[in-house]
Every structure is written in C-alpha cells, then in structure tokens.
Write a new protein. Structure first.
Length: 314
C-alpha cells in the first residue's frame, strides 16, 4: 500500500462520515438525547482529524495522475482548490463540535447556539465535500458525465482565489514576512497546545492532585486554539510547497503522531472517567494513555524539527 491507496481509502470518509454524523445529530435533536449529542460531536471532531490526512495524501495522488495520458491537469487543480475549501469548513465544523462538547461539560449544560453552529457548518461542509468529490470523480471517470458533456475546469470552482495553491505559493515566496509570520504563529500555537496537553495529562498522571480535573478543563479551549493555529499555518506550509513534504519520512511520522495525539483532546473532553477525577488518583488505564499522549506530542515536536535533516527535502 502507498499514499495513493491511502487517499482512495480515506477520500469518502469526509463526505460519508459527515453525513452520518449529521444524521446522528438530527436524531439527537429528535430524541433529546445528551448521549447522542456527545456522540455526534465526537464523530465530527474525529472526521475533521481524518480529513487532514485525506487532503494531504491527495497531493500524492495528484502527482501520479498527472503522469497518466488524457488526464485534465486543470481539472485536478480545480479539484484541489475545491477540496481545500471543503477542508476549511470541515475543520471549522470539527472545532465547533469540540467546543459544543466542551460546553456540555459545564454546569450550565449543552449550549444551543454552539449546537446550532455545528448543524449549520456540517450542512455547508457536506455540500462542499460533495462538490469536491464530484470533481474528483470526473477526473478519472468521465463516463459519469451526461452524453456529450465534457469535464470543464470551471465547473464546481467555488473556491476563492486566496484558497488556490498558486495564490498561497505566491504569498509565501514573494511576501518578505510570510515565512517569519507563519513560523511565529506556528510556534505560538504549538506552545499553547503542548502546554495545555502537558498540564492535563500530568494531572492524570498524579501531579497536582489537589486540583480537580473539572478546574483544569477551563484551559482546554486554549489547547484547541493552539491546535487550530498549528493546523492552519501547517496547511499553508504544506499547500505552498507540498512536494517538499510528501516524500519526507519525518513529515509522515509527524502527521501520524499528530493525528494520534489529536485524539487526546477528544479523550480529555469526552470520557467520564477523567471528569470524575476529583482530588484523588486516576485509574491505571488513564495514566497509561496520558503518558502515551505526552510521548506522542513530543514526537510531533521532534519530527517537525527534524524535517530539514531527515529526508533532505528542504
């Protein structure tokens, strides 16, 4: 299996998965079930994580497809832009879903406006994901078109100019402060993210035992903010020069560690055994998971720093 196979395996997850999650959310409204609401929010967040890998592996598929005769390169560019626009809304849906899940843990209970935001964003995401999937299908399956219809490089081109790969590359390599600004934001986001994750997991490991976890939960939005900043700046780096990353084993490991570690924020928000942790000691299973998450985030930092030295693609 290579990354093209992985893209083919994952590329239906954002569309179909979001439809399923929206169905669970609508069922939660109908049943007025807090458990279903929590399940829907967690599913949206998980799909948002998988969508990052789906988009990144798409660049490998692009490189392979362009080598085949009869492939419309302009249509591939449109598909890429449409996928990036859909990814933006998918990540916004995932963040809104996590925030709604976090709000539900507060004494006031689930927030109506946060839940409504997830509902609206997910509906838009499904439409954009379906559009990107349709364009992708036209690249390799022209038989799905109506008789006499030809795949047009302007059909489904909904993405604004600022989200096109060429515009992002131009900004990065022609704006004198682009890389310093993005790098600064990236490290600020990493500091927020790792700092909050470290505090939360150290509490589970037995440090600061006098602090109930419900008090530490107030820091979690700052960790998610750091994850958002890192995701946005990291994707700008990737989109601007994707082919210096996709062949780099350090980048592959960084993304793998990041996706596994990203689930830690969901774990800290979703599962009751953590929230039941008052001033006592956490169960051994929670401690093992907490230690593994610290290890994973250190791995993300390490492989990010090693990008120029492992693989030699910079």
């Amino acid at each position: 299996m290579n990354f093209v196979h992985l893209h083919l395996l994952l590329n239906h997850v954002p569309t179909v998965g979001t439809i399923v999650a929206l169905g669970v959310l609508l069922l939660a409204f109908a049943k007025k079930s807090d458990d279903l609401f929590r399940g829907a929010f967690a599913l949206f967040f998980a799909i948002a994580l998988v969508s990052l890998a789906t988009y990144m592996t798409g660049h490998v598929a692009e490189a392979v497809m362009k080598q085949k005769p009869g492939i419309n390169a302009d249509l591939i560019a449109v598909h890429q832009s449409a996928a990036l626009l859909a990814l933006v809304f998918m990540e916004a849906t995932g963040v809104a879903a996590w925030f709604a899940l976090w709000q539900a843990r507060k004494p006031a209970g689930r927030s109506t406006w946060a839940t409504s935001s997830v509902l609206l964003l997910s509906a838009i995401t499904i439409a954009l994901m379906a559009n990107a999937s349709n364009i992708g299908g036209e690249i390799t399956h022209p038989e799905i078109l109506a008789p006499g219809q030809h795949a047009d490089a302007t059909t489904g081109a909904l993405a604004p100019a600022a989200l096109k790969g060429a515009a992002i590359r131009y900004y990065q390599f022609h704006h004198p402060n682009a890389w310093p600004e993005l790098e600064t934001l990236h490290f600020i986001g990493l500091s927020l993210l790792f700092g909050v994750v470290l505090v939360g997991n150290l509490r589970i490991l037995g440090f600061m035992r006098n602090a109930p976890f419900i008090d530490i939960h107030r820091l979690l939005p700052w960790g998610v903010l750091g994850f958002v900043i890192n995701s946005v700046t990291g994707m700008l780096f990737f989109v601007g020069q994707a082919f210096q990353y996709i062949d780099n084993p350090a980048f592959h490991l960084k993304v793998l560690f990041m996706l596994l570690a990203g689930a830690n924020v969901l774990y800290l928000t979703l599962f009751d055994d953590v929230w039941a942790l008052g001033t006592g000691d956490a169960p051994r299973s929670a401690k093992i998971l907490a230690a593994s998450q610290i290890f994973l985030w250190i791995g993300v930092i390490y492989f990010g720093r090693m990008l120029p030295y492992i693989g030699g693609s910079f």
